[in-house]
Write a new protein. Structure first.
Length: 60
């Protein structure tokens, strides 16, 4: 994995995952950048709690 000095983070995901993610975020009115930064901060602060299986099922 290459790590440069810019502020960019580039990842490759399956097109279906990308479509579903953008759709879900749009329905919540937030951008991918906002979502990522929110989750990254929580993760780095040690407050990140991955969704439980029940939370995942409720969103289906």
């Amino acid at each position: 994995m290459s790590i440069g000095n810019s502020g960019r983070i580039v990842i490759e995901v399956k097109p279906e995952v990308k479509r579903r993610l953008y759709s879900a975020l749009a329905s919540e009115g937030i951008s991918l950048k906002e979502w990522f930064l929110r989750n990254a901060e929580q993760y780095l602060e040690g407050n990140y709690k991955p969704p439980t299986l029940l939370e995942k099922i409720d969103k289906i």
